[in-house]
Design a protein around this ligand. Structure first.
Ligand code: C2E
Ligand code: MG
Ligand code: MG
Ligand code: MG
Length: 292
């Protein structure tokens, strides 16, 4: 490699780094104003009972329409966690989800699905969360029993001792907790027993292979058996086709979520899906896909 070439590739490398750092800085700055500029909104992805095919819940997922176009939460959430912006944003998400839950509850004579909200570990480490959430539940008139907090396996089990107190306080408000992306970390059964967790969401990675690879099926089967023995609700994430759904039914996984069933949608569309489902005919139609 000549000296010139070396210099060239270094220049390219540092230019890339600068562009990356600038992009990151743009996101940090943009996020700071995203709430007041009304660039954030929630979409909801239904969670269905595997046997009846009916909508039992929905996961609230954050969307950011920045002035430069939509940015994926997979990109901006980690940056928001590092910059601290996740605290006001996470509070906003919970507030919106509570307001939606209260509206759904009114519209559906108390037969509304539960709503789950993703919670960052940064929020869990902020002591004010319990007081804040209690106030939001009160203000919005949401039913805390119809709300679930999703925490990833890695964040939940990073410091069980520290999380335990906050989680118990949140559980005392009536909120339930789900372990998100289960199977990707290395949590022990003992840890799972110690935390007030009611649901387990099996990571998409395993569901993805369940119809093709014997070992993926084995792992999912083991998680389902273990979860049931511990009296936890089980949700399979990322169901993308009929074959996967069939396997999950055979394994008696209670709940399913994925593009094959519904994509994340605005609140209005969720309302319509719920209304539609109430017609017996529509329920039959959905059952056709879900029950074999
Ligand atoms: P997650 O909580 O595991 O959410 C599930 C993600 O999988 C969502 O991506 C959803 O759109 C996607 N998904 C659902 N079904 C399928 C499927 O069948 N196939 C595939 N390929 N994907 C599917 P999304 O909305 O892009 O969110 C990505 C992640 O960003 C979430 O993963 C969550 O960790 C985080 N996130 C989203 N909203 C929030 C929020 O309000 N607060 C926090 N702290 N994190 C959030
Ligand atoms: Mg989630
Ligand atoms: Mg997940
Ligand atoms: Mg995930």
């Amino acid at each position: 490699v000549s000296k010139e070439q070396g210099r060239d590739s270094w220049r390219r490398f540092s230019t890339d780094l600068t562009a990356q750092a600038r992009k990151r800085l743009d996101i940090v700055n943009g996020l700071r104003q995203a709430i007041e500029r009304e660039e954030l909104h929630l979409v909801f992805q239904p969670i269905l009972a595997t046997q009846s095919g009916r909508i039992q819940g929905a996961e609230a997922l954050l969307r950011w329409q920045s002035p430069d176009g939509p940015v994926s939460p997979a990109v901006f959430i980690p940056i928001a966690e590092q910059s601290g912006a996740i605290l006001p944003i996470g509070r906003w998400v919970f507030e919106q989800a509570c307001a939606t839950q209260a509206r759904l509850h009114q519209r559906n004579d108390g037969q509304s699905p539960y709503l789950s909200v993703n919670l960052s570990t940064v929020q869990l480490n902020d002591e004010r969360i319990v007081r804040d959430f209690a106030a939001i539940i009160e203000q919005t008139g949401a039913d805390p029993n119809g709300l679930v907090l999703e925490l990833t396996e890695t964040s939940l089990f990073a410091d069980v001792e520290k999380n335990l107190r906050v989680l118990r306080a949140l559980a005392d408000l009536g909120l339930r907790v789900a372990v998100d992306d289960f199977g990707t970390g290395y949590s022990s059964l003992l840890q799972l027993l110690r935390l007030p967790v009611s649901m387990i969401k099996i990571d998409r990675e395993f569901i993805d292979g369940i119809d093709k690879h014997a070992d993926a099926r084995l792992i999912v089967s083991a998680i389902i058996k273990m979860g049931k023995a511990l009296n936890k609700g089980l949700i399979a994430e990322g169901v993308e086709n009929d074959a996967q759904l069939f396997e999950l039914q055979a394994l008696r996984c209670q709940w399913v979520q994925g593009f094959h069933l519904y994509r994340p949608m605005p609140e209005q569309a969720l309302c319509e899906a719920l209304t539609h489902e109430r017609g017996a005919e529509a329920a039959e139609a959905k059952l056709y896909y879900v029950v074999y």
